[in-house]
Design a protein around this ligand. Structure first.
Ligand SMILES: [Zn+2]
Length: 460
């Protein structure tokens, strides 16, 4: 068996894709987009370009764009086989790929206006909405914990990864070998979703290492901090603005607010889910109660979520979004983009950053050049749509709502299989994170972990 990491290796964190060649069959695990800067994005070519039309299948661990975003390139190269994933993963993959095609089209149109003025030839998007629709026709759902045939003598099993709705690790059995791909792993003790389910038997393990060198603040501490901010803002009648990505944290925060309303910790105030994509993601979440953890089932059993969230408004249109500014008193607004670099959140920030009773709650990573980062760093004035805006709002940063396992949770996932002395390969992490995790694995289990390079085949 031969496995080639075609992304998320060599220190790259995005672009996850593995080409697996076993006997007569070739297939991919994930087919993700490289993101974050021109150098990474230049790597966005089709994995297995020359053999795309003969690939047996693509096996998806989960729906994040850095795991599914190159699927339409595979379609362009002639792939027509099945794309396999859990039902929730496939629903979310549709939402995320359609949005990616829309964003690419928008970016290319803007770029082309500039190129046209400069008399240069027009650029093309990586793929079009139509190619996404063609690609989505290849999606085929698979159940958790049930062997699925991939090719002659090859089968795969999907097992809970606790990272996002529908996420899984995948065990591939072929030529008498058992290879586990962790996919992205979630932190233990996070609300709503089930926790990851480790493997007890494998002879090779590809393990993600995004936070291989770090621990997060505990979820319970972060939740307590969040509740404190909400109570203060509600008391002062302030407006809470939360820049957030559409899938994941928007749904988490909605449930946390429902719990506060139900327990009477605050008087219910208007909650705006101001993102068409987040509204869709919430609907997908509530279609999959089978993926909830025990606490979430208890919570749903002991009360009615719709009653708790009577003040929730989903604002799909831009006009509805503008009307949020007419609301007086305490309210909670979730809008994209998550790093405040585009989207509806910019309008809300422009209208409210200069008011001292506004609370901006940052719940996700903010990249170096983003507006979100400048707010975290204490800027007194920022420019939004070319206009200077004073920052008098309170800026809160909550670092603990990560969807990724920290170092000790990664080690906990590995522990049950470690006694088998598997070959361990660390991917999906920057080099310092991978090395730190490798050292911990040596200390704790006496096993050497390799740090594979991008596009270099590994023979098993
Ligand atoms: Zn992910």
């Amino acid at each position: 068996m031969r496995i080639t990491p075609c992304g998320a290796a060599g220190g790259e964190v995005t672009g996850s894709a593995y080409l697996v060649e076993s006997g007569s069959a070739q297939f991919l695990i994930d087919c993700g987009l490289f993101q974050g800067g021109r150098r990474s994005e230049a790597l966005n070519v089709c994995p297995a370009q020359s053999s795309a039309s003969t690939l047996a299948a693509v096996l998806l661990t989960h729906a994040h764009l850095d795991h599914v975003g190159r699927l339409p390139l595979l379609y362009q190269a002639g792939f027509r086989g099945p794309i396999l994933g859990t039902p929730a993963t496939l629903e979310l993959a549709g939402l995320i790929l359609r949005d990616a095609a829309r964003v690419q089209l928008f970016d290319v149109e803007r770029k082309n206006r500039r190129l046209e003025r400069a008399g240069k030839p027009a650029a093309r998007p990586l793929y079009t909405p139509d190619e996404v629709e063609q690609t989505l026709r290849l999606l085929r759902p698979v159940p958790y914990r049930t062997p699925v045939p991939i090719g002659p003598g090859i089968e795969a099993v999907w097992q809970e990864a606790g990272h996002m709705l529908g996420s899984a690790s995948i065990l591939v059995t072929a030529s008498g070998r058992k290879v586990v791909f962790s996919g992205d792993l979630g932190p233990l003790h996070a609300p709503i979703l089930r926790e990851f389910e480790p493997f007890a038997d494998a002879d090779t393990v590809f393990l993600e290492s995004t936070y291989g060198d770090r621990e997060h603040r505990s979820f319970s501490q972060t939740v307590a901090e969040f509740q404190g901010i909400v109570e203060e803002a509600a008391r002062d009648g302030g407006r809470m603005l939360v820049p957030t990505f559409a899938v994941g944290r928007a749904q988490l925060l909605t449930v946390l607010l429902a719990e506060m309303f139900r327990k009477g910790r605050v008087t219910p105030f208007p909650v705006f889910l101001d993102s068409p994509m987040a509204i869709e993601a919430s609907k997908i979440l509530h279609r999959h109660p089978e993926l909830f953890d025990r606490e979430m089932h208890e919570f749903l059993k002991n009360g009615n979520l719709e009653d708790d969230l009577r003040t929730l408004r989903c604002t799909a249109s831009a006009e509805e979004s503008r009307q949020i500014n007419q609301t007086r008193g305490a309210c909670f607004v979730m809008a994209g983009a998550g790093m405040c670099n585009a989207g509806r959140i910019l309008h809300h920030l422009r209208h409210n950053l200069w008011k001292p009773d506004t609370h901006v709650i940052i719940v996700g990573f903010q990249s170096r050049d983003s507006l979100g980062r400048r707010l975290i760093e204490g800027a007194r004035e920022v420019r939004i749509f070319g206009e200077p805006v004073q920052v008098k709002a309170k800026i809160h940063t909550l670092g603990g709502f990560s969807a990724h396992a920290g170092q000790s949770d990664l080690l906990r996932w590995l522990a049950p299989v470690a006694h088998r002395h598997p070959r361990i390969l660390l991917t999906h992490g920057e080099d310092n994170a991978r090395s730190a995790l490798a050292t911990k694995i040596r200390d704790q289990f006496g096993l050497d972990a390799a740090l594979p390079a991008l596009n270099v085949p590994i023979d098993l």
